[in-house]
Design a protein around this ligand. Structure first.
Ligand SMILES: *Cc1c(COP(=O)(O)O)cnc(C)c1O
Length: 481
């Protein structure tokens, strides 16, 4: 929801009351300098006690509703046949219109099962964009991942409302080149996570589905941020302004053969699931479910979380819930633009993104622009964001870096957790950092895992630029900020 003020401004507004809070504190810049050094300049390795605002991710960090919490108290802790599961299956039937529901412990577990059942060595999996865990699982199964996005997606300054659209001509070319038998499925990710949380349009999904089914290719929908994508369709696509989020979701699901989601995002819980109307797909996946996840009525999830999930699934169809993230993110992005900061436009579905290539123009990509910026943001603010750039790509087989298309510092906005004054604080510190951006230097790996290196990799700051940056901050704001 947003409201119009009498001075003409429109601001996002919380459609909820805050009844439970968690204390946070701001450690001084001198401690932040130590902490980021101890963390190997990797924000994943910081401890939360050293954070003021945690904008690392919107995954499993959202505020649950009172009804979700209440539902957790009545969970049915049965190994098999648990009632909590049947409530989830009913919610899936109502909200998504799928007959078969399979809980899994989180989104990547769904990807693991999909890879196991549908992906063969030598296959090519097509998608509008990859997610880190998605790519890892499909590549481990011996396939390659090919992203067939439109050129607009890689423009960080844009007014294109649906940068997450799949390029239909490239899809046709791929079908010709690889042959449908070598394409296990085309995957559409709702609000492409790694490239600014950008949605695709209903029209695009419809056309992708037509091409896919004409060629006997399955359409897989990653709905981790389903309600946000539906919200953008309502706001940005012609003909949908008067439709409810639920109606838009129903229409989206008409084009889907197999749906999966990380429940950690739109539904504000910790879990995941796979859904379909094709019994054959369900049966093939079911063979592996007990091996990796658990019995079909809990699938690796806590039954308490299953309870919170069926409530969360229904609640995300409320426009005030679906729009809670996007509206505050839009405000966040607008305030960054007002301050002259290089924010990614248009605003996306899970975070505000800073374009590091336009922020630290003096650094080469080989020195990890987005990683360096993320470390600098922490020093200047106590805010933790996430690198979404070259560090998030693993090396090529020959050991060279795979330069990311975009170098982004991603400031995620966990749903219903932070307020407008938090956003104002971040924008202020980002502005200070932008003025002092020449103090930000590069990073170099000192310890590097082979797969998903961004999680545990450790780096060093070249020439210890971080010391000078922290000193400049302290001389301006004093020792306590
Ligand atoms: C988070 C996410 C995943 C992975 O889910 P986890 O619950 O973190 O394992 C997959 N796809 C998308 C689009 C995501 O946002």
């Amino acid at each position: 929801m947003s409201v119009k003020l009498s001075d003409g401004r429109t601001i996002p507004i919380e459609m909820h009351k805050v009844r439970i809070v968690q204390k946070t504190s701001l450690v001084p810049s001198s401690r932040r300098l130590e902490a980021i050094n101890e963390a190997g300049y990797n924000t994943f390795l910081l401890r939360t006690r050293d954070l003021f605002l945690d904008m690392l991710t919107d995954s499993g960090t959202n505020a649950m509703s009172d009804n979700q919490l209440a539902a957790m108290m009545v969970a049915d802790d049965a190994y098999a046949g648990c009632e909590s599961f049947y409530k989830l299956a009913d919610a899936v039937k109502d909200v998504l219109k799928f007959d078969y529901t399979m809980p899994v412990h989180q989104g990547r577990a769904a990807e693991h099962l999909l890879a196991k059942v549908f992906v063969k060595p030598g296959d090519t999996v097509l998608m509008n964009y990859h997610f880190t865990t998605t790519k890892a699982h499909f590549e481990l199964a011996g396939a390659s991942v090919l992203e067939i996005y439109t050129p607009e997606m890689m423009k960080t300054e844009s007014t294109q409302p649906f940068k997450g659209n799949l390029d239909l001509q490239r899809f046709k070319d791929c079908i010709k080149k690889f042959g449908p038998a070598k394409i296990p499925f085309v995957r559409m990710e709702a609000t492409t996570n790694l490239v600014g949380g950008q949605p695709f349009s209903m029209q695009n999904l419809k056309e992708v589905k037509k091409l896919a089914s004409d060629n006997g290719i399955m359409l897989v929908f990653d709905g981790s941020l389903l309600s946000e994508n539906a919200y953008f369709i309502k706001k940005r696509e012609k003909g949908y302004a008067d439709k409810s989020i639920q109606e838009i979701i129903w229409e989206l699901m008409e084009y889907v053969d197999l749906f999966y989601m990380s429940a950690r995002k739109s539904t504000s819980v910790r879990g995941g699931m796979i859904c379909t109307n094709k019994k054959e797909y369900y049966d093939r996946l079911l063979d592996w479910l007990p091996v990796y996840e658990g019995f079909s009525t809990y699938g690796g999830m806590s039954t308490k979380e299953i309870e919170a999930m069926h409530v969360g699934l229904r609640e995300m169809t409320d426009v005030a819930v679906a729009g809670a993230g996007p509206e505050f993110i839009e405000y966040f992005v607008q305030r960054m633009l007002d301050a002259g900061l290089p924010a990614v436009t248009p605003a996306g579905g899970l975070a505000a993104h800073v374009d590091a290539k336009r922020f630290v123009t003096h650094l080469p990509q080989s020195q990890y622009q987005a990683g360096a910026l993320a470390a600098a943001i922490y020093i200047a603010s106590g805010v933790r964001c996430m690198e979404r750039g070259t560090i998030s790509n693993d090396r090529a087989a020959d050991g060279s870096d795979v330069y990311a298309d975009l170098e982004l510092a991603r400031l995620a906005l966990p749903r219903r957790v932070y307020t407008m004054s938090h956003i104002e604080y971040v924008v202020d510190r980002l502005s200070w950092l932008y003025k002092n951006r020449k103090l930000i230097g590069g990073l170099r790996f000192v310890q590097e895992p082979k797969v998903l290196r961004f999680f545990f990799g450790r780096l060093e700051a070249l020439d210890r630029w971080d010391i000078k940056l922290a000193a400049a901050f302290k001389s301006e704001f004093g020792p306590d900020c």
